[in-house]
Design a binder for this molecule. Structure first.
Ligand SMILES: CCCCCCCC/C=C\C=C\CC(=O)SCCNC(=O)CCNC(=O)[C@H](O)C(C)(C)COP(=O)(O)OP(=O)(O)OC[C@H]1O[C@@H](n2cnc3c(N)ncnc32)[C@H](O)[C@@H]1OP(=O)(O)O
Length: 292
């Protein structure tokens, strides 16, 4: 797996920024400061043109505005570079993503809350409608927003059996927005989605496989990446434009929902999340996570 520098340069603003800073600082000081780790890494394979995109925000890859923004820029960069495919995975050994960063929603000023949700909306749309094949290599727990990212890809390979996945929002006293529901329904169908979402149930990898929430279960990350590459390889001989238009057609409901309802969806989020009892609930949940 090789990092294509030209691609990375155009993909990660962070990469250009850190290179620029460190080379100029070297003139003035002995020890250049360590550049910050990117929140999302991207490695493009020279031969296949497939990108492995790795969420890298320890400890649990909770999705905050900067991470989502970086992910969106990477997806846009891959589009511009006519990527052959993208595999989304995590640098953590136990967590794919803990979902939305609850700190972004707790006692947050309205402008930050609004920026957070609109970044989530646009990042989701970029991933959901991406023209290239997408696979989630789910190498750890994937609750809520972590599950949403997985569902937005075309194929899911999960490391099992001990990790879990699901949309657990109702357990937290919050409501999965309609586009989360559409994503789940795309994959599970109406009845199983209703059962899963109303209970906020988290599924073990074997349960998820049985239900169809994931497509394959493997025992480690390397196997997950190999399976993901195999899925993407099957599109090598399919004309990309036909594939892209077909994907858009199949996913039209979700795409249209978001395009037509961005502002209303933001309003619903703001109205719900700023309620006192919801804030209290998020605070208690965060405290329970920290007490563990
Ligand atoms: C009708 C239409 C209405 C429309 C309205 C829309 C409203 C929708 C609003 C919100 C939607 C939200 C979706 C979400 O994604 S909410 C997030 C839900 N996530 C979770 O429930 C997962 C919580 N985390 C865990 O279960 C675990 O952390 C786990 C991922 C299993 C990993 O466990 P472990 O490895 O043991 O790690 P720790 O639990 O010890 O966590 C380490 C530290 O990370 C902090 N943490 C964990 N998760 C989050 C998070 N999501 N956000 C922020 N911080 C998180 C945790 O507190 C630990 O912190 P510290 O080290 O300081 O103790």
């Amino acid at each position: 797996m090789a990092v294509v520098f030209r691609t990375c340069k155009s993909l990660s603003k962070n990469a250009i920024f850190t290179r620029g800073i460190s080379s100029s600082l070297r003139l003035h000081s002995q020890k250049p400061p360590t550049p910050p780790e990117p929140l999302v890494n991207v490695d493009v394979d020279d031969k296949s043109g497939v990108a492995v995109v790795t969420l890298n925000r320890p400890p649990v890859n909770s999705l905050n505005t900067p991470l989502l923004s970086e992910l969106k820029n990477i997806i846009k960069g891959l589009e511009d570079n006519k990527s052959r495919g993208m595999i989304l995975t995590s640098s953590s050994e136990t967590v794919f993503s803990a979902g939305l960063d609850l700190m972004e929603m707790y006692n947050a000023p309205k402008d930050k809350l609004s920026a957070f949700w609109t970044t989530l909306q646009s990042t989701w749309l970029a991933l959901y409608r991406s023209s290239f094949p997408t696979v989630a290599a789910i190498n750890g727990h994937a609750p809520a927003g972590g599950c949403l990212l997985s569902l937005s890809c075309e194929y899911r390979v999960m490391v099992g059996p001990k990790f879990s996945i699901g949309l657990n929002e109702t357990q937290l006293g919050i409501v999965a927005p309609p586009w989360f529901v559409i994503c789940m329904r795309d994959v599970l169908g109406h009845r199983q989605t209703e059962m899963a979402l109303t209970s906020g149930r988290m599924f073990s990898a074997p349960e998820a496989l049985k239900l169809g929430l994931i497509d394959a279960m493997v025992t480690n990350k390397a196997e997950a990446i190999t399976e993901a590459q195999k899925f993407i390889a099957q599109f090598a001989k399919i004309p990309p434009l036909a594939r892209k238009l077909t994907k858009e057609s199949v996913r039209q409901e979700g795409i249209k929902y978001m395009e037509d309802n961005m502002i209303d969806d933001l309003q619903m989020f703001m109205d719900l999340v700023t309620q006192e009892k919801i804030q209290k609930g998020i605070g208690l949940y965060l405290a329970s996570l920290k007490k563990k």
